[in-house]
Design a protein around this ligand. Structure first.
Ligand code: BDP
Length: 697
């Protein structure tokens, strides 16, 4: 089994009483309505039911006395009176109800998308072997825009992509439609994703050339029945590069007209086009700052062009200036907070989860809660640029949850990041969004590492409900990915649950960050110091010397903590009360500083690195205990990746401890293994062809 079917496997249910009871209850399917989404939902139901029940299930032309009925509330008469008025009103757009009544089962969408999501939820129900008795379930998305961001280049490469090449074959579009596009859309619809940004944030203007827009339109057509809108990344200088204008100044009349005309051209081809994602004035990308304009002026230029058509702009806050900063963690806040309230209604500011850059663990970004008048979108990374890429198994759901559950105190105690993202903290009907940088490529199993599928899955489920629990989604994924085998499911679920903490421990424990190899960001590189910018080096972030280690971000240092609410900051200000997980993020401390555990900082660092590597050993052992309990192909694929991960966790541990020991001068605690090689050995390793190098700007 090559894993291509993801969590939509629909293998025959092995538990025969259960299968028979489902089969008896669901002999046929009736769809009331003809929208493309309803048709896609019906098709999926027939495919899923036929597979799970082990025999063909057919559709009927009229509501059956016994069976499954699919429709849209208010439009499908068979659903009349199904829900109370309050129930119906409680469903948000995209919401659905699954109801069993007598011998009939209903999938009732609030709208067409809702019916589609309901169909997938119903199948999920069966895939997980849930009882159909008393079925009465209402659900709907808490976040309006749930997007994947593909960092895919038009030449087929993927920036920070570790699962092969881009699945978008621009060269053959619009004429050749790879069936994979449909399977991609199905998979996304099954977890509620409703937008796909198909081009890299490091954008090319040519994507707005008419022939490329036609290619995008062909993808949009494939996505449409699955409720997915297409978005493109907008290069700010496109009016110059493509339009031949002398400037891209957002206040220039000709520039405004160029964007308006371009938007009209796009919407004529793609009527449900989602909008633009923009990376401006960051890492060499052009932007409004070149013209002395603000990010708000830049974003509003594009927003005005899209507004008549209903499109939105997602303007990224991942900016850092060319001047070398005292603390890069503070830059986005300094630049964006003064602009709060100055963006058009159809602009969202898209913020990475932490203030640096997708590290194994970061505190939440200080912008969350600091721009109450601007809708903020969460940007998570699903592709694991800094977390072992396509090789290591790291259940990202735990990290997403940690971020989303963090209390910012912004609107009083209990203002979790999740409440800011879903808008409930503000009680208005603002735009809401969550975006995930996709980990998908041409690998037969889509994500290279089989467990990367779980990250995609969990991201989608949390985008639907940011207050949800990662473990629930790990369970769902494991049950659907390894059906009919509770032992495999439990082990898989456990691997997902423990692996993020393990990774943090063997890479960057106690709040360390950005100490990986340069450019490719794979493997340890705490010694990295000579780079074009200080904030691309490791020494800038860990500041290790004979005295101690860590980045002082308190009042005696960069005072980054001042960008958070005082309640939030209070937890981190003193090294005595700061949670160990963030100690060196906020403090520079002596090597012999005593921790609550009773250990010195140095010893704690040693124990943490060892705990991480040891955990990976256990993960491998647990997986190996499954030999023979699942298909050989997936078993071997995970085993081989875990074998590499175990080796590399030790590499991280030993290289980092050898390096930091050269400053601390203290011995590794006697009961722990010492680094196998000298520091010079680790420093001397080179990886000229490591994957994922950033596109040259
Ligand atoms: C960093 C990546 C780089 C991206 C950048 C971004 O190293 O490849 O272009 O983020 O988010 O994590 O724009």
């Amino acid at each position: 089994d090559d894993g291509y079917r993801l969590w939509l496997r629909y293998d025959e249910i092995a538990d025969s009483p259960l299968r028979k009871s489902y089969a008896k209850a669901l002999p046929r399917v009736f769809r009331e309505g003809d929208s493309p989404q309803l048709c896609a939902a019906e098709e999926e139901l027939l495919l899923g039911l036929s597979g799970l029940l082990g025999h063909g299930v057919e559709s009927t032309a009229a509501a059956p006395a016994k069976g499954l009925i699919l429709g849209v509330l208010g439009r499908s008469t068979s659903l009349d009176g199904l829900l109370s008025a309050e129930e119906q009103a409680s469903l948000p757009d995209g919401g659905y109800a699954l109801i069993g009544q007598g011998k009939q089962f209903y999938i009732a969408g609030k709208d067409d998308r809702g019916a589609l999501y309901g169909a997938f939820a119903f199948l999920r129900y069966l895939q997980r072997g849930r009882p159909l008795d008393d079925l009465h379930l209402l659900d709907g998305p808490r976040v309006k825009n749930r997007l994947l961001n593909h960092w895919d280049n038009l030449d087929g490469t993927v920036e920070r992509g570790y699962a092969g090449f881009s699945i978008w074959n621009w060269h053959q579009l619009p004429h050749y439609l790879d069936p994979r596009y449909t399977d991609y859309a199905r998979a996304n619809a099954s977890i509620g994703i409703n937008g796909a940004v198909v081009t890299n944030v490091n954008a090319k203007a040519i994507v707005f050339r008419r022939d490329y827009l036609q290619k995008a339109a062909a993808l949009a057509e494939v996505f449409r029945p699955y409720g997915i809108r297409i978005y493109l990344t907008a290069r700010f200088s496109a009016p110059i590069e493509l339009g031949g204008l002398p400037t891209a100044d957002p206040e220039d009349a000709a520039v405004k007209k160029w964007w308006q005309d371009k938007a009209s051209e796009i919407y004529a081809l793609i009527p449900d086009f989602g909008g633009f994602v923009v990376k401006a004035n960051s890492e060499g990308q052009p932007g409004p700052r070149e013209y002395g304009r603000t990010h708000a002026q830049g974003a509003n230029l594009l927003a005005d062009a899209l507004a008549p058509h209903g499109g939105i702009v997602m303007w990224r806050a991942f900016v850092y200036s060319n001047e070398e900063p005292v603390d890069r963690a503070k830059q986005a806040y300094d630049e964006f907070v003064p602009l709060d309230g100055k963006f058009r209604d159809n602009v969202m500011v898209q913020v990475k989860n932490g203030p640096i850059d997708f590290q194994p663990r970061e505190p939440v970004h200080p912008l969350f809660g600091s721009m109450p008048h601007t809708p903020l979108a969460m940007e998570f990374q699903i592709t694991k640029e800094y977390l072992g890429q396509g090789t290591h198994l790291v259940g990202l759901g735990k990290m997403y949850e940690e971020v989303l559950q963090t209390d910012t105190y912004a609107e009083g105690p209990g203002t979790r990041v999740a409440d800011i993202i879903d808008g409930s903290a503000y009680g208005d009907d603002r735009l809401t969004a969550m975006a995930g940088v996709a980990n998908i490529g041409t690998a037969r199993n889509w994500t290279g590492n089989l467990f990367g599928q779980a990250d995609w899955y969990t991201f989608g489920r949390l985008a639907w409900n940011p207050t949800g629990k990662a473990e629930d989604y790990f369970r769902e994924w494991s049950q659907m990915t390894f059906p009919n085998s509770p032992t495999v499911q439990e082990t898989a679920q456990n691997l997902l649950a423990v692996s993020h903490e393990a990774c943090v421990n063997y890479m960057t424990p106690l709040g360390l960050h950005h100490i990986m190899g340069p450019d490719h960001h794979y493997g340890p590189g705490p010694w990295i110091k000579d780079m074009p910018r200080a904030d691309w080096t490791s020494v800038y972030y860990h500041k290790a010397d004979a005295e101690g280690v860590g980045f002082d971000r308190t009042k005696t240092g960069s005072d980054a903590l001042e960008q958070y609410t005082s309640r939030f900051a209070a937890r981190y200000e003193s090294p005595d009360s700061c949670p160990p997980a963030f100690l060196l993020w906020y403090h520079h401390l002596p090597w012999d500083h005593k921790l609550p555990s009773g250990n010195t900082l140095w010893a704690e660092l040693c124990y943490s690195y060892h705990a991480g590597a040891t955990k990976v050993g256990e993960m491998l052992k647990n997986w190996k205990s499954l030999s023979g309990r699942l298909d050989q192909e997936r078993y071997e694929s995970v085993r081989m990746h875990l074998e590499i991960q175990e080796k590399e966790a030790k590499w991280w541990r030993d290289a980092c401890l050898a390096y930091f020991q050269s400053f601390s001068g203290m011995p590794v605690p006697a009961e722990l293994e010492k680094p196998t090689h000298s520091l010079e050995y680790y420093e001397g390793l080179t990886f000229p062809y490591a994957p994922g190098i950033k596109a040259k700007w």
